[in-house]
Design a protein around this ligand. Structure first.
Ligand SMILES: *[C@@H]1O[C@H](CO)[C@@H](O)[C@H](O)[C@H]1NC(C)=O
Ligand SMILES: *[C@@H]1O[C@H](CO)[C@@H](O)[C@H](O)[C@H]1NC(C)=O
Length: 340
């Protein structure tokens, strides 16, 4: 509906600008469906970054993370409610290094600066008390929850960004068990963050990843008793790489991955001085088209049971652009992305 409205607006503007108005007929073939968009496609991520996360001498995260956000702030629940079932994803670069403070892993230690750690931090910790409070907020505000699991747990760094070894599912198992015992309705569990292809910080072989995803699926089957209550399994939440994504689907096999997730950051890094020009160039956004097409082809060839989701998309990576991402002009980019 919104797409159609925009189309009409653009035609009107065009008519107003042209010297001699021309008549045009636009025919929309309503009978042929080319794609379907989920009702709850609008999504926000709450990340793990501690206040010490800095890029280009800017440290904008402050108290906005899963671990330190003021969950009782009256605006927060209202803002979530205003979206009418907003999908909230909990995840980000440090998710793969989070330990859940439950079972044999309790107690665990919080993220601290560590110069030789992944992204400059040590492993971190999610307490079950904090998890309870987060779920309190999500339930009272009607959020639909996607949680990103620690896909690096149990692996080791072999060389440069390459991580080997099998995922140790014990901690995730205990965490899911706790979550289910509390009746928290997590809609989807996403396995890993940006470990696909060349990876951002860390990368894992696609075949190994596929086997771990099978293990996660079997944990769902063990812990979620009723077949109808099975949550969605999302993977890999990284940058699209055709070969890697195909291999993941081929290894994990039929019906395991519910949705293939990928991230889009097509504006560049936060220190790019041309951000505003890119945002105002209507052709710039079209450059993601190839990625979407390749993703669609990959699903047609290797995973007809799965759908495609963008599970994170900021436009500008590394904290956003100062005086761009946090100013009015960013709303133009956001609305272009939502209603292309
Ligand atoms: C952690 O590192 C950041 C830079 O990455 C620095 O600004 C901050 O002061 C450090 N914090 C501590 C507690 O060492
Ligand atoms: C997996 O992690 C658990 C702690 O969560 C540990 O007790 C266990 O030994 C680990 N398993 C392997 C195979 O490393």
């Amino acid at each position: 509906m919104v797409v159609r409205l925009l189309l009409i607006v653009f035609i009107c503007l065009h008519a107003a600008w042209a010297q001699q108005p021309e008549e045009a007929t636009v025919i929309v073939k309503g009978s042929t469906k080319i794609a379907e968009t989920d009702k709850n496609y609008v999504c926000a991520t709450i990340d793990w970054w501690p206040p010490e996360k800095c890029n280009y001498n800017q440290c904008p995260w402050g108290q906005s993370s899963i671990l330190n956000l003021d969950l009782d702030h009256p605006f927060l629940a209202q803002a979530i409610q205003a979206f009418d079932n907003l999908r909230i994803r909990l995840g980000g670069s440090l998710q793969d290094r989070v330990v859940y403070d439950v079972g044999t892993n309790s107690p665990c230690s919080p993220f601290t600066n560590m110069s030789n750690g992944l992204f400059g931090f040590s492993v971190g910790c999610l307490s079950m008390d904090r998890w309870d409070k987060l779920n309190d907020l999500f339930q009272k505000s009607g959020a639909i929850v996607t949680f990103g699991l620690n896909a690096l747990y149990g692996r080791y760094n072999v060389r440069r960004s390459f991580w080997a070894g099998k995922w140790n599912s014990t901690n995730a198992y205990d965490f899911l068990k706790y979550t289910i015992s509390k009746g928290y309705p997590v809609d989807s569990w996403e396995f890993g963050n940006e470990l696909s292809g060349h990876g951002i910080g860390a990368r894992v072989d696609a075949k190994l990843y596929g086997k771990d995803v099978i293990e996660l699926k079997s944990i769902f089957q063990q812990l979620y008793k009723a077949p109808r209550s099975q949550p969605f399994l999302l993977a890999p939440g990284g940058f699209f790489d055709q070969q890697w994504y195909s291999q993941l689907l081929q290894t994990s096999g039929h019906g395991v991955v519910s949705a293939l997730t990928h991230h889009i950051y097509n504006l560049g890094g936060g220190n790019d001085v041309h951000l505003i020009r890119k945002i105002l160039d209507p052709k710039y956004l079209d450059r993601s088209e190839d990625t979407y097409r390749d993703m669609q082809l990959t699903l047609q060839r290797h995973g007809t049971w799965a759908s495609a989701w963008v599970s994170e998309s900021g436009g500008v990576f590394n904290n956003g652009g100062q005086l761009v991402s946090n100013t009015f002009i960013n709303s133009i980019w956001s609305s272009l992305k939502l209603f292309p």
